[in-house]
Design a protein around this ligand. Structure first.
Ligand SMILES: CC(C)(COP(=O)(O)OP(=O)(O)OC[C@H]1O[C@@H](n2cnc3c(N)ncnc32)[C@H](O)[C@@H]1OP(=O)(O)O)[C@@H](O)C(=O)NCCC(=O)NCCS
Length: 165
């Protein structure tokens, strides 16, 4: 789908409740493989305003969400792009949309824990130590089956003074 590149801006949208089954389907394989944290329907319903989707011809092909630990600190979570649509810039656009949303919500710092650090570094995120975020560790890492052999990298971006795209 290389033709997507020029018109990608128009496809990043706020998620609607009706999108939930498609969003969950988008990353169910990644969750089953243990590469992404699970999210459930109730959780999505409660926080639907913190999700953005990428849609092409009414088909949901990407998603991203924010999870808040404090009013000033949130995490980019559940970033996924359908396999057939990858490497067209959608992942980058979804992260940018999440940063704009984070700023609208009053966040100052945005964290991510990822196996794709390059995607975030090119947008200004910098490597950090997960132990600097005890609420994240307590809330998610403690119960994670991969806590002893975690291969994810923590990155942070400070958005308070930043002009976002
Ligand atoms: C990670 C993911 C969201 C990226 O989505 P995407 O739409 O392909 O992202 P983009 O097109 O914006 O960026 C891909 C870029 O990363 C580059 N890239 C891919 N793998 C790379 C690697 N191992 N090292 C460096 N760069 C890499 C690509 O070449 C591309 O670069 P380009 O834009 O200069 O061509 C997608 O691969 C995905 O859904 N993966 C499975 C779910 C997942 O791992 N989610 C967690 C991410 S936190």
């Amino acid at each position: 789908m290389k033709h997507l590149k020029k018109s990608i801006n128009n496809h990043i949208l706020p998620a609607q409740l009706a999108d939930i089954p498609d969003i969950l389907a988008l990353f169910s394989e990644e969750v089953e493989a243990g590469r992404m944290l699970p999210r459930n329907k109730e959780n999505l319903q409660a926080g639907i305003r913190d999700w953005r989707i990428a849609a092409i011809n009414d088909e949901i092909v990407g998603c991203v969400s924010l999870v808040f630990f404090t009013p000033k600190l949130c995490e980019i979570r559940s970033l996924a792009v359908a396999e057939a649509c990858r490497n067209n810039g959608l992942g980058k656009k979804l992260i940018e949309a999440a940063l704009i949303l984070a700023k609208e919500r009053g966040a100052e710092d945005v964290l991510t824990l990822t196996r794709a650090p390059w995607l975030f570094e090119r947008l200004g995120f910098q490597k950090n130590d997960i132990q600097n975020f005890p609420k994240k560790v307590q809330q998610d890492c403690q119960a994670c089956p991969f806590i002893k052999n975690c291969d994810e990298v923590a990155l942070l971006i400070k958005i308070k003074e930043r002009i976002l795209p």
